[in-house]
Write a protein that binds this ligand. Structure first.
Ligand code: NAP
Length: 270
């Protein structure tokens, strides 16, 4: 039995994780964490998600929850990523970070943590997007620089970060496919641009509205032809199932940095 702490339990993804957890007989939710200001502290995590009572009250005390856990899965808010990671590091517990939009300065904190714990940072835990990232890398590598790359993403009106973490992962894969060094990836970025394209630019168009779960298209536009690679999520359960499967896998890994593609068996790291 893999004892699992869900961080961000009261949110859209936290609730989806609790509902999907019943599909995994080898997984037990033993910790349910929200912010200290949460109006739902003390409520049963299962009842909150509309499933049977789990006997696990919502708490803001992550260090105590980790004491009884084998792995933690974080889908909370980017402002909490550092504190959550440090708590998992201190407790020597594997951590999957599904939260997006955390500050880029956290890279050094990730580097320090992976010496001691398995860490999987997954801007998108769906199987389809994990494959899309590899397809984009291959397409950008195969097509000449005459093909302009644009990334179009759409999400629900409550989403806080933009472009999405997945859109940035697609940008990274396209840049890698084109042979760009990691340090140069953001330099060619243009978000909702005005004016004409710069050479080699990767453009983003961001749509926010309604209850859109998540859509990403990478458009490679050449002269007289266009290639569009699209993933459309219609149900948050795909992210929840992917995260739980990856969390179960992560609990057994040695310390190190992992990506979804490694867990799914793709050869190229994203
Ligand atoms: N990787 C993926 O595949 C994927 C898929 C979907 C979403 N996401 C990302 O996952 C994150 C959550 O998305 P969501 O739509 O579920 O957001 P949400 O509905 O706003 O939920 C956020 C949750 O975080 C909790 N929270 C806030 N501050 C916290 C803290 N300091 N410590 C612990 N918990 C805290 C909130 O609890 P209270 O308000 O009750 O305190 C709430 O339960 C976002 O970053 C989103 O972009 C990733």
């Amino acid at each position: 039995m893999v004892r699992t702490v869900i961080i961000g339990i009261t949110g859209r993804m936290g609730q989806a994780l609790v509902r999907a957890a019943s599909e995994f007989s080898e997984l037990r939710i033993t910790g349910a964490v929200a912010s200290p200001k949460s109006a739902l502290l003390g409520q049963d995590a299962g009842e909150l998600a509309g499933v049977r009572s789990l006997g696990v009250p919502v708490t803001s005390d992550l260090p105590t929850a980790l004491g009884q856990a084998d792995v933690a899965i974080d889908f909370s808010q980017p402002c909490a990523t550092r504190v959550n990671l440090m708590a998992c590091h201190a407790a020597r517990k594997p951590l999957l970070i599904g939260t997006t939009g955390y500050p880029s300065e956290l890279a050094s904190v990730f580097d320090a943590a992976v010496r001691d714990i398995p860490l999987l940072v997954a801007p998108n835990t769906s199987v389809g997007v994990t494959l899309l990232i590899e397809l984009v890398r291959a397409a950008a590598h195969a097509l000449s620089a005459d093909f302009d790359i644009e990334i179009i993403e759409a999400h629900h009106r409550m989403k806080q970060d933009a472009p999405s973490g997945t859109a940035l992962a697609l940008e990274k894969a396209a840049s890698q496919g084109r042979g760009l060094a990691e340090a140069d990836v953001a330099k060619s970025r243009a978000v909702n641009r005005s004016g004409s394209r710069r050479e080699g630019e990767i453009g983003f168009a961001v749509v926010r509205g309604g209850d859109i779960v998540g859509e990403h298209t990478v458009l490679l536009a050449g002269q007289g032809e266009q290639l569009a690679l699209t993933h459309r999520a219609t149900d948050r359960a795909i992210f929840a199932r992917g995260a739980l499967r990856a969390g179960l896998w992560l609990a057994d890994q040695p310390p190190g940095r992992y990506a979804m593609c490694a867990f799914l068996g793709y050869k190229t790291a994203s």
